[in-house]
Design a binder for this molecule. Sequence first.
Ligand code: PBG
Length: 326
Amino acid sequence: MTDFPRVRLRRLRRTEALRALVRENQVNVSDLIYPMFIVEGKKIKEEITSMPGIFRHSPDQLPLEIEEIAGLKIPAVLLFGIPENKDETGSSAYHPDGVIQQAIRVIKKSVPELIVITDVCLCEYTSHGHCGVITNGEIDNDKTLPLLSETALSHVESGADIIAPSDMMDGRVKTIREVLDGKGFQHIPILSYAAKYVSAFYGPFREAAGSTPQSGDRRAYQMDPPNVREALREVEQDIAEGADIVMVKPALAYLDVIRQVRDTFNHPLAAYNVSGEYSMIKAAAQRGWIDEKQAILETLTAIKRAGADIILTYHAREFARWLRNE
Ligand code: PBG
């Protein structure tokens, strides 16, 4: 007898205490990474128009921010740089006194235990806005690799704890691993943006970071949205090259990819709840069209339920504040 009225699934939904007892997935602050935009200069704190509540900070403004973030028990930040100067080869990405290198030193001085992850890519630093150097109109994979590993090395030398390459060049995990190991940084993990898709949901980020390609798009290096077997190959490849944590990005339109990566591999899995996903909730909430807090909780929970261990999200701070005040 497994039938109604003996079986009543509603019995365990009757009170919040019962629901909490049988809840299968829960988002913890300790799962979250908070992305931050660091702009070169002094005394700058400017809100990003398309991302309400998210700011560009100059390095000198960071101690105050970082203390609050660490106080909320958010374990890690991911840094993106907005340099003063851009050129063909993105040289301010690997300048020893570049904006990210400065920011890392400031953060490590104010809250040493906060995990500092750096995004390694050239698109914010190149005049053309692509993630690699250009030869004869094409993004040159192999010429880009040494620049990425030089960038990664300079971040680690400045104190970064984890390196996160997001460029989608083939072989970058291997090249970065070799360079770090050669310089005595065998202990520094690589979080690779393994399955990163071409996406309209990066729109607000590109405004925030000023990294829109001047011509063309990123289809020749980021993944084609219809593909999922290819995502498994990308992840397999990055793991073979030495990635410690793998990522699927974006998150919401790719929950099936997160699930398949989770079921196929045993590595820690991160998912990036990207800028467009953040901005859509903010825009709808500002108009009173959805309940902001519930929408955010539901979104983050869905990403966990799909199988992510770690979530990179611009909601990290507000989420942690709500939990603290509960
Ligand atoms: C850099 C990079 C991008 C994002 C993270 N790293 C932009 C892009 O690939 O165009 C997007 C993050 C977001 O939308 O929140 N390559």
